[in-house]
Design a protein around this ligand. Structure first.
Ligand SMILES: [Zn+2]
Length: 238
């Protein structure tokens, strides 16, 4: 349950702009501060995420991609890649798996962070978004065995010269089966500042800041010296 030693190359693969920040933004901020090279991959650009009757999906894509790039910059993440699948309709199909395999082989990350695809609900409070389950499943399928074995999607090697890749660890966030916590006490405000960039999504910024901090509080830490954590289920493949 302790912290990982040093994490070098990381890829966070999520469904929507704002997911990397909400799910594990403080961990990304910590790893970036410790020198990790981090890229984000967003399967959709969140084109359904508006209740504004004047908003169109096309405009929303532009707004949300910019917000995600701004949020990533706050965390110290330099690269954001958008796959532009339709929001709300994500499926763990072969097309998505292939797109993820291509990026894994291109960027060769040691650590991949995504959503726990087994989570349908969290306690009695909320239903997990189907896109979050879909991306988690597609990422696991891409990591093992597809990115690793050269006869899967052989055209990626033949046409694009991409070598196979073995990911060492997968961090699943939003999990109900926690096996690891990362101490992010020094990165709570960085995560909240990154979330503040998602202006189109968050109406009550102060309420968000309070809820996010509450959720990250380690309940076992002393009241006068609170510790803040992000929780994961980690799969070690190395
Ligand atoms: Zn989401």
């Amino acid at each position: 349950m302790s912290d990982s030693p040093s994490v070098k190359r990381v890829m966070g693969i999520f469904a929507h702009p704002d997911d990397p920040e909400f799910f594990s933004g403080a961990t990304f901020a910590r790893w970036a501060a410790e020198g990790a090279e981090i890229s984000f991959v967003l399967a959709t650009s969140g084109d359904k995420g508006s209740a504004d009757s004047e908003m169109t999906s096309e405009r929303l894509v532009q707004i949300r991609e910019q917000e995600e790039c701004n949020a990533a910059a706050v965390l110290g993440v330099k690269e954001v890649i958008f796959l532009r699948y339709p929001d709300g309709e994500l499926q763990p199909n072969l097309a998505l798996r292939r797109d993820i395999v291509r990026l894994l082989r291109m960027k060769q990350p040691d650590v991949v962070v995504t959503c726990d695809p087994t989570v349908f609900w969290s306690q009695s409070r909320s239903i997990n978004h189907p896109d979050h389950r879909a991306i988690g499943e597609a990422v696991l399928d891409a990591v093992y065995p597809t990115a690793r074995d050269r006869l899967n999607f052989p055209e990626l090697e033949r046409d694009e010269g991409l070598d196979v890749h073995k990911v060492k660890q997968v961090y699943l966030s939003g999990t109900n089966t926690i096996t690891k916590v990362v101490d992010v006490t020094n990165y709570v405000s960085t995560k909240i500042n990154a979330l503040r960039e998602h202006k189109s999504q968050i109406a009550d910024m102060d309420g968000m800041a309070q809820r996010v901090a509450e959720r990250m509080l380690d309940e076992q830490s002393p009241e006068d010296a609170p510790r803040f954590i992000e929780r994961f289920h980690v799969i070690n493949l190395a």
